[in-house]
Design a protein around this ligand. Structure first.
Ligand code: PEP
Ligand code: MG
Length: 539
C-alpha cells in the first residue's frame, strides 16, 4: 500500500483501477547531441509510422474535435508525415547538426507554425494548429508516450495537469476519481471537473505515475489523499465510506423538488453555473430557480473554428427553452488566460490572467463578438434571457459594448431577423470594478459577482497556481468587504446583484450572503441539493 498526502480539490471519495493519462502534449525537447545519425533517422521513421497508425485509428473511429470535418483534419495531419519539405528539413537537421529527433521536430515545427500563423490567409493560419498537433504527436511517440484520449472503464485518472479543453474532450463521466500533480482549487479545468462531481485531489509527487496500470486505488477528496493498492482493512474502511457517501447522496435527493429556505423561512434564489446544454438539462431536472452563469467560452475552447451564428442561436435557444420562463443569464465568451481558442492563434503572454481576456478580447475580436451577440438577441425570443459581460473594469468598455449592441440590432433589423435585446449585466470580478461599481451600475441592468476572479485579483494570487493554496485564505476579510461594497452600490441604484463564483458553496458564506440580501446565488448543478440542505440548516 502507498499513501500519498496532498490537497483536497473536490471533497468526495472514489475507488477504482488506476489509469495514467498520457497524451500528446508538447514535451520538453532538449537539444541532445547524438552519435549515431542513422539510428536516429530510424527512430524517427518508427515514430512517423506509429503516428500514422494513431491518426488512421482516429479517422476510422470518428473521434476528434468539433468543427471542421474531423476526417479532413486528421487526413491533413497524415499528409504532413510525408510532406517533403517538413520531413526533409527535420532529416537535414538531424544529419547536419547531429541533434536528437525530438529537438529537430520541435524546431522545424516551430518554424512552420510561425510561418503559417503570420499568413494573412485564415486557412493558411489554421495549418499552424495542425502542425503543432501532429508534431506533438510525433514527439510523444519518439519519447514512448502514447496519446490516450478515451477512458473506456470506470477508473481513477492520473494526470500531470488538465487543461479546460482536455476536461471537455475527455469522457470524464467514467472517471471515479482524478489525481493531478499540478492544478488548483479554482482553475477552470477544476471547476469543470467538480461540476461533474468527480472526487479530486492534488498530489505534487510525480511518483504517482509509477502506479501500475489497473491497480486498485482510492481518491479521498475529503482528506486530500491518494491511496494505491490499499491493504485489506483500509480497503474495507473505504468500501464503508463509499456506502455512506452513496446513502448521503440518496438522502440529498429529498431536496430535488424543494426550494432553498432557511429555518426562519428566508428563501434563497438558487441558480446554476453551466457550460453547455447538458448543464441546462441538469438545472431543469433539479428545479433550479434559473441559470446564473452559462460559460459560453466552452463552445469555442477546443474548436477548430468559431461556432457560427446559426449554431449558437440553436444552442442558446435550446437552453432557454429547457428553462421555460425562468431567468437564464448567458455570459458572452470569456476567452483568454487559461481558456484559449486555437483558431485565434493568440500570442503567448507573460501574465495571461492580466492579459487579453474577457471583454477586452471581445472588443479586439469585434466580429467574433458581434456574431455571438446576434445569436443571443435572436435566441432571446425563446425564453427569459439576460446577457452579461465578463471582466468589465471601466465605464469606457461598457460604452463600447453598448455601441456594438446597437450596431448588431441595426444589422439584424436590416437582415429582417426577429430579435429582442435583453437585459444586460456586468460581472464584477476585479477590485477596480468594485471601486467604480456605482458608476458601472448606470450601464448595467444587474451585477453578478465572480468571486473566483475577485479573489485572485484582490489577493494577487493566481487561481491556477496550486502551490498558493496554503496562502489563499478563503475567509480573507477583504473579499467580504469587496462584496459588501458591490451590493451597496447595486442596491443604491436599484439594481439586482448575484454571486456566481464558487463561494456560495461554503455554508459560512451562504449565511453571510443571505444576510447581505444578495438576490441570487449561482452554483454548480452538482452542488445544488447540498446547498438546499445547507440552507435548511441555517436560521
Ligand atoms: C468568477 O470569476 O468567479 C466566475 C464565476 O467566472 P469564471 O470562474 O468563469 O472566471
Ligand atoms: Mg471570472
Amino acid at each position: 500500500m502507498e499513501v500519498y498526502k496532498g490537497k483536497r480539490i473536490h471533497g468526495k471519495i472514489g475507488m477504482g483501477p488506476v489509469l495514467v493519462l498520457d497524451r500528446a502534449v508538447v514535451y520538453n525537447t532538449y537539444k541532445t547531441v547524438i552519435k549515431d545519425r542513422v539510428a536516429e533517422l530510424e527512430r524517427l521513421k518508427k515514430a512517423y509510422e506509429r503516428t500514422d497508425r494513431e491518426l488512421k485509428d482516429i479517422i476510422v473511429s470518428g473521434r476528434g474535435k468539433v468543427g471542421r470535418n474531423e476526417a479532413d483534419i486528421f487526413e491533413a495531419h497524415r499528409m504532413l508525415l510525408t510532406d517533403e519539405n517538413f520531413v526533409g528539413e527535420i532529416k537535414d537537421m538531424i544529419v547536419g547538426e547531429s541533434v536528437c529527433a525530438e529537438y529537430a521536430v520541435s524546431e522545424v515545427s516551430a518554424k512552420y507554425e510561425d510561418f503559417f500563423m503570420n499568413s494573412p490567409n485564415i486557412d493558411m493560419q489554421s495549418r499552424a494548429a495542425d502542425i503543432k498537433d501532429v508534431s506533438a504527436r510525433i514527439i510523444a511517440n519518439l519519447m514512448g508516450k502514447r496519446e490516450r484520449l478515451v477512458i473506456r472503464e470506470p477508473s481513477i485518472i492520473l494526470a500531470e495537469e488538465l487543461s479546460p479543453s482536455e476536461v471537455i474532450s475527455l469522457d470524464l463521466k467514467k472517471a471515479r476519481g482524478l489525481v493531478v500533480t499540478k492544478g488548483s482549487l479554482n482553475s477552470h479545468a477544476t471547476i469543470l471537473a467538480r461540476s461533474m462531481d468527480i472526487p479530486m485531489v492534488l498530489i505534487e509527487d510525480s511518483r504517482i505515475f509509477e502506479s501500475p496500470k489497473g491497480v486498485r486505488a482510492v481518491v479521498d477528496g475529503i482528506e486530500g489523499t491518494f491511496i494505491v493498492d490499499p491493504d485489506l482493512p483500509t480497503y474495507e474502511r473505504y468500501v464503508n465510506k463509499l456506502k455512506e457517501q452513496n446513502k448521503a447522496q440518496e438522502d440529498l435527493s429529498l431536496y430535488k423538488d424543494k426550494e432553498a429556505v432557511t429555518k426562519s423561512g428566508r428563501k434563497i434564489s438558487l441558480f446554476t453555473n453551466i457550460s453547455d446544454a447538458l448543464g441546462a438539462e441538469d438545472s431543469a431536472y433539479y428545479h433550479a430557480d434559473g441559470i446564473g452563469l452559462f460559460r459560453t467560452e466552452f463552445l469555442y475552447v477546443g474548436a477548430k473554428e468559431p461556432p457560427s451564428e446559426e449554431a449558437q442561436y440553436k444552442e442558446y435557444s435550446n437552453v432557454l427553452k429547457k428553462m421555460g420562463d425562468k431567468p437564464v443569464i448567458i455570459r458572452t465568451f470569456d476567452l483568454g488566460s487559461d481558456k484559449t481558442a486555437d483558431f485565434l492563434h493568440l500570442s503567448k503572454e507573460e501574465n495571461p490572467a492580466l492579459g487579453l481576456r474577457g471583454i477586452r478580447l471581445s472588443l479586439v475580436y469585434r466580429e467574433l463578438f458581434k456574431t455571438q451577440l446576434k445569436a443571443l438577441f435572436r435566441a432571446a425570443r425563446h425564453g427569459n434571457l439576460k446577457i452579461m459581460y465578463p471582466m468589465i473594469t471601466s465605464v469606457s468598455e461598457m460604452i463600447k459594448v453598448k455601441e456594438i449592441v446597437e450596431e448588431c440590432g441595426a444589422e439584424l433589423k436590416k437582415d429582417k431577423f426577429k430579435f429582442v435585446i435583453p437585459a444586460q449585466g456586468i460581472m464584477i470580478e476585479t477590485p477596480g470594478a468594485v471601486m467604480i461599481a456605482d458608476e458601472l451600475a448606470e450601464y448595467a441592468d444587474f451585477f453578478s459577482i465572480g468571486t473566483n476572479d475577485l479573489t485572485q485579483y484582490a489577493l494577487a494570487m493566481d487561481r491556477q497556481n496550486g502551490s498558493l493554496m496554503e496562502f489563499t485564505d478563503p475567509y480573507h476579510p477583504a473579499i467580504m468587504r469587496l462584496i459588501e461594497m458591490t451590493v451597496k452600490s447595486a442596491k443604491a441604484k436599484g439594481k439586482t446583484v448575484g454571486i456566481c463564483g464558487e463561494m456560495a458553496t461554503v455554508p459560512f458564506y451562504l449565511n453571510k450572503f443571505i444576510d447581505l440580501d444578495i438576490d441570487y446565488m449561482s452554483v454548480n448543478p452538482a452542488n445544488l441539493l447540498q446547498i438546499r440542505k445547507n440552507a435548511s440548516e441555517l436560521d
